[in-house]
Design a protein around this ligand. Structure first.
Ligand code: NAD
Length: 429
């Protein structure tokens, strides 16, 4: 028992504390209505499921899954599912709360939810992962649904997993509703109702915000040196679009390795390598191996954390040489790390703005399924760009209005919309 608790304690990310500190600070700065503050300070529903699955060797394992639904004042709960050993109620809560702010800031008709399974998916076969996913979906039952709560991919979940969820959910309903349930999840493969461009939506959004950041300085991204932590969906697609802008990748880190090359790492060659090598950058010859703890201190202009939460902390924030941190990941900077960055004059494009291209892409996929339409890639990217740029401008203007930083102003934009919804609608009964 002791070993299990030690492992759990080590896995705990502490993101809930961070999101609540950010919320309380923004609520103070804007003078958020006290009643609305009470409502938003709590999650609406917290679902924990334990479910059995038969493994390939015939043994039975019981898994624990979570779905936290923070708030649905603006629309159905929306947010990813994560398969990772760090998934627990604390991280699901934190990530659900960030989703409420993110969807509100992006002007989408959604609330916030998040969840996942406490699991290291690398330890299971594809067949086992399919059974785990289908049984998890079954255990969640009608707690998710296309007009209630719509999951999407997150760390270690992909379009294949979304297709299994959609298929399981629809298969447990009346055949006549099969296609009206397609949008119970977004981030599906193209053949299963997915959206062209959903794969790259988050990375595209990250680079859109960086372009807007550079424009404000009368600069471009051409020749800018950047590092990326995490070379999965967000890290790779960010690097893909950064390459199109002429930026140079000088360092990369994932769960398996840390590499640097001041002359530049080719994102395409790296991605080909990662796909063939168990999704890890370890062993790639296009960069020199370095100490993981020194990663954020690499000499560069832009840092893109695109992995887990609480990565930039008091431990390493002071080593950062970049001018800007673009938060591709959710919650990558903790409160102490942020204070240090601010003291050094490093700008932060906050997660709820920076990585919102993903949920905007998900919204388009949901609309596409609802209306039985097919959108083209260029239309999708255009809509993401317009929505993110509008949100970026609101964040910058609100920061001036309140003489505050971009994270706090992003919260204020999001909280104002929620506050208005509650004030106009009132509280039942
Ligand atoms: P992914 O599973 O595709 O990739 C995760 C990457 O992080 C992998 O390269 C993995 O090796 C790396 N990683 C894991 N642990 C690490 C560690 N301790 N140190 C360094 N690297 C580590 O996941 P993703 O979808 O790219 O998500 C990455 C982040 O972006 C998450 O914080 C997620 O919540 C956020 N995000 C994702 C989306 C999306 O559309 N996928 C949208 C918005 C935000």
């Amino acid at each position: 028992m002791e070993a299990v608790s030690a492992k759990k304690a080590q896995n705990r990310q502490g993101m809930y504390k961070v999101v609540m500190e950010q919320f309380e600070h923004a609520a103070d700065v804007m003078g958020l209505d006290p009643g609305v503050r009470k409502i938003l300070g709590q999650t609406n529903n917290e679902i924990v499921v334990h479910f059995p699955v038969k493994l390939d060797d015939g043994t039975i394992e019981v898994f624990t899954g979570y779905r936290v639904q923070h708030n649905n004042a603006l629309g159905p709960y929306k947010g990813g599912l994560r398969y990772h050993p760090t998934v627990d109620i604390d991280s699901a809560r934190a990530l659900a709360i960030w989703m409420t702010w993110k969807t509100s800031l992006a002007g989408l008709p959604y609330g916030g939810g998040k969840g996942g399974i406490e699991i290291d998916p690398k330890l299971y076969s594809l067949g086992e992962l399919e059974r785990i996913t289908r049984r998890f979906t079954y255990a969640l039952g009608d707690n998710i649904g296309p007009d209630l709560d719509i999951p999407a991919p997150d760390v270690n979940t992909n379009s294949q997993i979304m297709a299994w969820i959609a298929d399981t959910f629809s298969s447990t309903k009346s055949p006549s509703t099969r296609f009206s349930n397609l949008h119970v999840v977004t981030g599906k493969p193209l053949g299963a109702g997915g959206l062209e461009g959903r794969d790259r939506a988050t990375g595209y959004g990250v680079v859109t915000t960086l372009k807007a950041w550079a424009e404000r300085r009368n600069e471009t991204l051409k020749g800018k040196r950047y590092i990326v932590q995490g070379f999965g969906n967000v890290g790779y697609w960010t690097s893909y679009f950064m390459a199109l802008e002429g930026a140079v990748l000088v360092g990369v880190q994932d769960a398996g390795g840390t590499l640097q090359n001041p002359d530049g790492i080719d994102p395409e060659a790296l991605n080909t390598y990662v796909e063939a090598n168990n999704r890890s950058v370890a062993g790639f010859k296009g960069g020199a191996v370095m100490e993981p703890a020194d990663f954020f201190g690499i000499d560069c202009d832009i840092v893109v954390p695109a992995a887990l939460g609480n990565q930039i902390t008091a431990r390493n924030a002071g080593t950062i040489k970049a001018k800007v941190v673009a938060e591709g990941a959710n919650g990558p900077t903790d409160t102490e790390g942020e204070a240090i960055l601010r003291g050094m004059g490093v700008e932060i494009i906050p997660d709820i703005l920076c990585n919102s291209g993903g949920v905007i892409g998900s919204y388009i996929e949901w609309l596409q399924n609802k209306r039985a339409e097919y959108w083209k890639m260029d239309e999708v990217l255009k809509m993401i760009s317009e929505k993110i740029t509008t949100a970026f401008t609101s964040v910058v203007n609100t920061a001036v209005e309140f003489n505050t930083d971009w994270r706090t102003s992003a919260y204020i934009v999001a909280l104002r919309r929620l506050e208005k919804a509650y004030k106009e609608r009132g509280i039942f009964p």
